[in-house]
Ligand binder design. Structure first.
Ligand code: NAD
Ligand code: ZN
Length: 358
């Protein structure tokens, strides 16, 4: 048995208002007059009270990140080229936003020091050189992108992350105040990404005591926030932020499962975003995760969230084939979910029927 030796995030600061310490935290990482580049989710563009708190020094620059679509390799390459043309070198990249913006920050930080296109590095351990200094600051909780060793990118031929030991952030700043005003639906979809990470990890065949410890805690936090609390409050923002962190740690040493495998296909074909896509799929997975799906439905009901239905209606055979190809390509996810003999259990036909129900 060979155990995975995985790289963690360098530094973690947690607390309401921790964002105010960003200036002093990044100061020792400034290299001469090379700027720090702040990648900020475009949601915050025009939010002057927030933008004015970003500690710009010297040539530092804010780049608003368009997250209408999930990050693409062409977008990563373009931003890298623009930064190189404008500054030559940068001291670091600081991503402030949801999973998409954090992934963009990780990806561009890697591409500042690695030649070619980010599409060349979609896969496992293909990155050669350490990235520039990079910091992740979530404004939505749930994806676990703040702790993961990947940055999910859609490229010309595949949707796959740049998985490597150079990918995790050097620093994360977990400030629950930044998630305070997220809209109910978006917050729910992203939170359910965490809930689904927990179920898939805890019900998976790759489970071990490491994953279980984090997964159980994250699950308990999600249940408390979404089923027990009478209303959303500051405590919920704090707990969801820690659930996201722990959920991410849980899958770091196990794997996700059926919902992720199926939702990747949707996202590849239809551009369905990760959080909502996982919800659309998980809603129909009672045969795989009966207790989890039942509880998920209770949360949906309690919070009056809308889960889109019939999104694959009218798709062609060709479309279904494409989604099935993408999904079937994710062998580790299926193996975690269904065991070594997963190919016998999850046939193309069975998967097609599942896609048709979404
Ligand atoms: P997101 O980053 O895609 O953002 C979703 C929406 O919420 C956007 O419109 C954004 O502008 C908005 N938003 C962000 N913060 C907000 C706030 N505080 N208030 C109001 N609106 C806000 O959403 P997400 O669910 O956090 O991330 C999904 C992305 O993360 C996908 O691109 C997915 O591929 C990626 N992901 C990465 C990993 C990883 O390990 N690297 C894991 C899971 C998901
Ligand atoms: Zn996920």
């Amino acid at each position: 048995m060979k155990f995975r030796n995985f790289k963690l995030v360098g530094y973690v600061i947690f607390g309401r208002g921790a964002f105010n310490q960003v200036d002093e935290i990044v100061a020792p990482h400034r290299k001469g007059d090379a700027p720090m580049i702040f990648f900020v989710d475009h949601f915050f563009e025009g939010n002057q009270p927030f933008v004015s708190r970003i500690p710009l020094r010297g040539k530092d620059k804010i780049v608003f990140i368009d997250v209408t679509h999930e990050p693409k390799t062409v977008y990563v390459d373009r931003l890298r080229d623009e930064l190189k043309a404008e500054f030559g070198e940068v001291s670091g990249i600081i991503g402030i936003g949801g999973g998409s913006t954090m992934d963009m920050a990780k990806a561009v930080a890697l591409m500042m020091t690695n030649p070619g296109s980010s599409a060349d590095y979609q896969g496992w351990d293909l990155i050669k050189n350490p990235a520039v200094y990079k910091v992740g600051i979530p404004t939505l909780s749930g994806t676990g992108a703040e702790v993961s060793r990947t940055t999910v990118l859609t490229g010309p031929t595949k949707k796959l992350g740049m998985n490597s030991d150079y990918t995790p952030f050097d620093q994360i700043v977990l400030d629950p105040e930044l998630t305070k005003n997220a809209p109910v639906n978006q917050r729910f979809y992203t939170a359910m990404d965490c809930y689904i990470h927990c179920i898939e990890s805890l019900e998976g065949t790759y489970l071990n005591a490491f994953s279980r410890s984090y997964g159980e805690k994250a699950l308990e936090l999600c249940q408390e926030i979404y089923l027990q609390k009478p209303a959303w409050d500051d405590d919920a923002d704090e707990k969801l932020m820690m659930a996201s962190y722990a959920g991410g740690m849980s899958i770091a040493y196990s794997q996700v499962g059926v919902a992720h495998a199926v939702s990747y296909g949707l996202s590849y074909l239809l551009g369905t975003k990760h959080g909502i896509g996982n919800c659309i799929v998980f809603d129909k997975l009672e045969e795989f995760y009966p207790a989890g799906v039942k509880e998920f439905k209770q949360m949906v009901e309690k919070h009056q969230v809308e889960i889109p239905q019939h999104i694959t209606k009218g798709l062609t055979d060709d479309d279904f084939e494409k989604m099935i190809d993408v999904s079937m390509g994710l062998a580790p996810l299926w193996e975690n979910a269904l065991g070594k003999d997963w190919q016998k259990l999850m046939t193309r036909d069975r998967l097609r029927k599942l896609y048709e129900r979404l």
